[in-house]
Design a protein around this ligand. Structure first.
Ligand code: 5GP
Length: 356
């Protein structure tokens, strides 16, 4: 356990609003109670109860998406977006995460006058403030999420915002652009996902990297084929490919040949019941094929986890040695969306860790 905590780590799949911890939720509720009437205090209590997801709860994907909308209600003004971003970064840093690619979909709220643009500015200002303090040892980059459940127009808007804010000054000019990529996520049961392909293609043409959630639920092979034809730089989850290898062999081959790394989120897959149990998790299938897998948290607040806990879970479930765990952590450097310069800095930093 201590080894996984002490080891320097890279987090590449963390949704901002899903990463908000219980402590931050309490902070937001107090702040809300101090500024509003009793009816919204009751609302706050409902929100708090709704957010209270504990390990072991038998949740479905639908339940989780309901919880996301509750958290979104709580983070519906610029200041709360700033607070959650800063807290999430500090929590990852305290877990010895040295490089974090946070992802979020910009949101607006007419009651608080929050616009998508001001939402993004709040996130970027929090990244600047959390990473430019002397004690901070974490590099933070941003991925803009496209929600597959939202209209196409929103996806185009998000790409526009990503372009507009890509080199927002977060005080680390030597580290290159702060916005490094786009992701496609959101409720996986929504259909008609092909409509987002032109946006993702345009993002690629603008030199953004792509990471795409695929195959979280069964029966989405056709959709997965189309999305993989975009040659994304990483894939999220890919849960159901190895459970139906006959139907998916061409997809599996493509992933292997194109060497597309997989972002693996063990606790999330377990708690959303997209896998039956940890021992049947697809990580083993891909490790057996010596494919690049990156251990990630997905929604550390929602699932009460941390990156260290995910590494501990991987090592105990799949009997990984310290050397294997460390090599997974170190290899993640090669799959970050930042420049070679940033990779080199991380390689140097990781080289000082003694794996014994
Ligand atoms: P946000 O973009 O609001 O900061 O982060 C929360 C959002 O991330 C959710 O509303 C959802 O769209 C997306 N998300 C978080 N976890 C998952 C997941 O496991 N699967 C999918 N498909 N989307 C997710």
């Amino acid at each position: 356990e201590k080894f996984c905590r002490d080891m320097p780590k890279i987090e590449l799949h963390a949704h901002l609003n899903g990463s908000v911890s219980e402590q931050t939720i309490e902070k937001l509720l107090k702040r809300r109670a101090a500024t509003s009437s009793s009816s919204s205090e009751q609302h706050g209590e409902a929100v708090a109860t709704g957010c209270n997801i504990k390990p072991g709860n038998d949740l479905s994907l639908d339940d989780c998406f309901k919880k996301f909308s509750i958290i979104h209600q709580l983070c519906s003004d610029d200041e709360s977006v700033y607070i959650i971003t800063k807290d999430v970064i500090q929590e990852f840093a305290a877990d010895n995460v040295k490089y974090l690619e946070l992802r979020t979909g910009p949101k607006c709220n007419s009651t608080s006058n929050m616009t998508k643009s001001s939402y993004l500015k709040s996130v970027l200002q929090a990244i600047r403030d959390a990473t430019t303090v002397k004690t901070s040892e974490i590099i933070v980059k941003l991925i803009i999420s496209i929600d597959r459940a939202k209209p196409l127009q929103e996806a185009w808007e998000n790409l526009q915002l990503a372009k507009q804010f890509r080199n927002f000054d977060v005080g680390r000019e030597d580290m290159g652009d702060v916005i490094v990529g786009l992701d496609l996520s959101g409720h996986p049961s929504t259909t008609d996902v092909e409509k987002f392909i032109p946006v993702l293609q345009a993002a690629r043409e603008s030199s953004f990297k792509l990471t795409i959630h695929v195959s979280e639920i069964a029966g989405r092979e056709d959709e997965c084929r189309k999305l993989i034809s975009l040659r994304p730089h990483r894939l999220g989850h890919a849960t159901n490919l190895s459970t139906h290898p006959n139907q998916c062999i061409d997809i599996i081959q493509k992933i292997l040949i194109q060497n597309i790394p997989l972002e693996i989120c063990l606790t999330s897959n377990l708690m959303t019941s997209t896998i039956a149990d940890l021992s049947s998790h697809h990580l083993q299938y891909w490790l057996d094929k010596k494919h690049q897998c990156i251990i990630c948290t997905d929604d550390k607040g929602m699932f009460s986890t941390s990156l260290s806990k995910e590494f501990i879970l991987a090592s105990t479930t799949f009997n990984l040695s310290k050397e294997e765990v460390w090599s997974m952590s170190r290899n993640a450097v090669e799959h970050i969306f930042s420049s070679e310069h940033v990779k080199e800095q991380l390689r140097t930093m990781f080289a000082t860790f003694i794996c014994d």
